[in-house]
Structures are given as structure tokens and as C-alpha cells.
Design a protein around this ligand. Sequence first.
Ligand SMILES: NC(=O)NCCC[C@H](N)C(=O)O
Length: 418
Amino acid sequence: MSKNKGVNDLETAIHNTSEIGRLRRVLLHRPGQELENLMPEYMERLLFDDIPYLQEAQREHDAFADCLRQSGAEVVYLVDLVAASLTDDAVKQELVRQFLDEAEVQEQRAREMLSELFLSLPNREMVSQMMAGVRKSQLRETDQARLKDYLAATAGDYPFVIDPMPNLYFTRDPFATIGRGVSIHKMHTKTRNRETLFAKFIFKYHPEYKSVPRWYDRGETTSLEGGDILILSPEVLAVGISQRTQEDSIDQLADTILTESPTFRKILAFDIPKTRSFMHLDTVFTMVDRDKFTVHPNILNDITVYVMELDENRKMKIRQEEGRLEDILKEHLGLDQVTLLRCGEGDEIDAAREQWNDGSNTLAVAPGEVVVYARNYVTNRLLEEHGIKIHTIPSAELSRGRGGPRCMSMPLWREDLQ
Ligand SMILES: NC(=O)NCCC[C@H](N)C(=O)O
């Protein structure tokens, strides 16, 4: 792939062989009405710690998208991809049917009314409405009257007929591009599991994406989330064993990838503490250059790395690594030196504060060039001192969802590293 090629010349739908190759096409979701459907009573279940101010969150998100465009990436939005996957009425009806199943709307009359509501909308608006959720008050008065008993019995005072999906702007998690393929995830929580239905439709019906190889699927029984998957090189993947990703899922992913992908040879499984602030591997560890990584200092004593690879009989071998993380990375990536850049410069308080606001969660747009939240100025200064070029984006509202630039993006196409 030549650096001079235009985005339209990218020959394959998906191409992602590293964390840091020049980013050429990336998937985002601009936060929408789903954030306006957050209420304090239900925030914890919906995985938010506070309610972002939507207009400001959108301004911040637009600044993020502009920053990615200026660094040479085409920005693609989730609603547009899903809308373009609804290639005919039958597919649109199939999405509505499965969406209602997964939103657990079982009563026949309620299903009919909601189907009518969704199918009356153009594709893009319909998808946005699904994402936003449906308030009881949005149903026509006549429908509310007809459904009175059903609504009282199923929801009581609960104000939604269908829950919002406020975590959609973290496009990193419901599916992940790996090499030329994709893993579609079974999510750890019910609230986020509904997000992966959109990925199912993109990779089943979208004209450009429907033939992409599949490494993992949403029908699996154990959870795997994209924030736990890092592509350290075309041969080596890192996958977090975390609050969100189970060991069995990594076994399953490793079996498929190591057998079927033409390049990946090894998976490093990083066992990290299972807590909310470290929910995924990328909340404590990201790659910023060929030999440099950000890390949350608090996990360094609490991390165990396992190496998974196929032996000469193509049977999976797993062994535990000993020693410092720097040395393990050096060995498996064939590097002379690895530098770990400690969040908050390693200061106990700055590290905790900045990691909570995703100081270790950087998105590389090229080797040694990353997008970071402006608020994490201590970590950002350290990155610059080590020669990393940083692009800062505003983050007062976006950070309330507990995810940073890497969490808010899914690379669809990166250039290979030379
Ligand atoms: N990769 C990531 O760490 N994504 C951030 C996800 C935040 C979201 N509120 C969640 O709890 O799933």
C-alpha cells in the first residue's frame, strides 16, 4: 500500500495489522439522543458515572473527528454503515425483529406498534431511533392507551419501552478489526450486548463489508470486548483477561486466528485486575510507537502474561512468562529496547486521576503520533518528553463515559508498518 494512495483506492474493506500504522479509515459514532436518555437511577446499569451534556459532547466529538481527518483518516459513522446495510425491506424488517427480540419486547401488540414506528422512518433515522431507545411518552396516545396494561405490567414506573444504548460512542468494543478480518463480540453486560446487532448487520449485508472473514461471533457463550484486543504487530496480538473478557473467549479467538489468519502467530494474554477503572486492557496499556507504550503504574505488579502459540502439530501451547513487562515485550516483538511511559508520570495521585480519565488510552494515527485527551496534561507532557507527537482533544464531557480516544474509535484501515 503506497502512502500516496487516496482513501478510495484502499483495496480491501478491512486492513489492520498494527496499533500504530498510519490511520486511513476509522469508524466513529457521534453521541446522540441516547445520552439524553440517561437518568441517575439507571446510570450504573448503563455503565455511566455521570450524565454528559450532549451538545458539548458532540462539539468535543466533532473536534476528535476533525483531528483524525486532518491527520489523513477518512471518518466513517456507525449510523451510516448500518443504514447502508439495510439493502432491502426484508433486511430492514429482519433488523427490527431481532432488535425487538433483544430489547425483550415480547407482547404482540407492543411489537406491532414499535415495528410500525421504526419502519415508518428512513433507514438512518430508524437506526438513530433504535440507538436512542424509546420513551413510553413517545408512543402515540392511542397506542399508550391500548398498551396501558402491558406497560404497567412490564415496566411499572420505568419510563422506557426500549432502553437507550449510551455506550455506542465507544466503537472500539462491540467488534474489532484484526488483520483483514473481524471479531464480533459477545459483550460482558446485557446493556452493551445489544450494540453488536449493528455489527452483525454490517458484516452480513453491507456491500463492502459482507465478505470479511470472521474470527469470533456474537453467538459465542463467553465475553470478549474490543478494548481488550491490541495488535502489537502483524504476528502478535495482545488480549486482556479483564473484567470484560474471559479466558475461554481468548482460547476460542486464538484457535481461529492462529489457525486461519495468514500472519498472526502468537497471542499474549495479559491477565489484569478485574475492576471498573481497569475494565479493558486499553484502559491501562496502549502502544504509542514501535517501542513505546503507555501504562498505568498500578498494574505493573498485578499483571501476568501468558503466551499462546501453536506447536509443530498445530496444538495450542500456553506458557506463563516471568519477568518485567518491558522484557516480555522486547522478546516477543523482537525489539532492542522498550520504554513504558507511566500514566501521571508515575505519581500516585496524578496517575490515579489521569487514568480514571483515560490518560493511558491513546489512539495512534501514525508511529509516534497519538490523539489524547487534553485534560491528562501530566501524562501528555511525559509523552512529548519522549518524542511522541500529541494531538490533544477536549474531553470534559466525553470522558464521563469512562473511555478515551482509543475506546472511541475502531480502525477499519491502517497502513502497514514499513
Ligand atoms: N475500550 C474501552 O475501555 N471502552 C470504554 C467503554 C466505556 C463504557 N462506559 C463501558 O463501561 O463499557
